[in-house]
Design a protein around this ligand. Sequence first.
Ligand code: GLN
Length: 172
Amino acid sequence: MGHLDAVGACGVEVRLPADLRGLDGLIIPGGESTTISMGIESAGLADGIRDLHAAGRPILGTCAGMIVADREHLGLIDITTRRNAFGRQLASFEDEIELPGIAEAPVRAVFIRAPWVEQLGGSVEVLAELRGHPVAVRQANVTALSFHPELVGDDRIHRWFAAECGRAEAGL
Ligand code: GLN
């Protein structure tokens, strides 16, 4: 069972614009940001994602999803990102991250060829930094994480996100 099921959320894969209809929130996952961006372009998903964003639906970008959400891609959050920022030596590593407002105790974060936030606008809140660079940021209804919360046996981030979606749905 995936983390979304475990927290009582009903996840659907978004491949076509029609899949975006009626969603309470959106996760832009990790993977390869160039591939995801090309997929968004070829499926014509960008406008629908921007509509969800404008409607105040929670959006969570993780790893490549952080890059796809940034100023130079979908423009959902006022940040620029550096791809593969932690370098070849550190292609993949784990660390403990404090995420105030999301999880009370630190979460174990898995970084895989992860980006970090290079520049950020004044209305972007930094939730966590690692080695002097932001790795968890938030602006209004968009949260972007450099790491992969689905790869640990801890569903607190998904639980928090599902609750955010519920609050947005209820107009709170
Ligand atoms: N390095 C990938 C990219 O630049 C992101 C890796 C990931 O999502 N784990 O798109």
